[in-house]
Ligand binder design. Sequence first.
Ligand SMILES: [Ca+2]
Length: 208
Amino acid sequence: MSLNNYKWILLMFGIANYPRSSANFCMRRYVDGKWISAGDCEVFQRRMNGDVDFYRGWYDYVKGFGDTDGDFWLGLEALHQITKEGNIEMKIEMITRDGFYLVVKYRNFRIGPGSDNYRLTISGYSGNATRDSLARHNNRQFSTKDADHDLSSKKNCASKWEGGWWYGTCGYSNLNGNFHKTDREGFWWDGYSFILLSYSEMKVRKRL
Ligand SMILES: [Ca+2]
């Protein structure tokens, strides 16, 4: 896994300064010359190099794409299978373009079936971000540029924000947006203060 050194330093520093055990799962360890996520967890999204295009259609988001050692999306169907029995928590680690480490956690995370367009259900937020920017996407179906399931009758939010996400009307977070853009079609958390990111990792585990 290649990630430039400053991001790893920020991640390590951030984790060290965020010791609340409730958020500390899926920690990284350096083993046999590579970084791995330790513990019984599954990473399902990562953006770190910007070398994988995330502006894709429905089929790709259902099946997954990218390189699991680098930038990738695991796939909506896999997420549904992992979470359908319930009792799953989800964590997101992020680094802003300004170099701040953010971590948010949801005590409950579930992705519905394909027949319901992989609807998002989350609750139980904790974290050090300014806002819970996934809350406004709660109970929304997933949308892509070729599959508009958002709440806006005039717009296709996935096209407007250049990603695939559980868009409502349209964005409060956009972690699958364009990695390289510095405007609102970019890769960001928090639609109010518009926090651009340089790194994200989303992961799940069975709640203890
Ligand atoms: Ca729409």
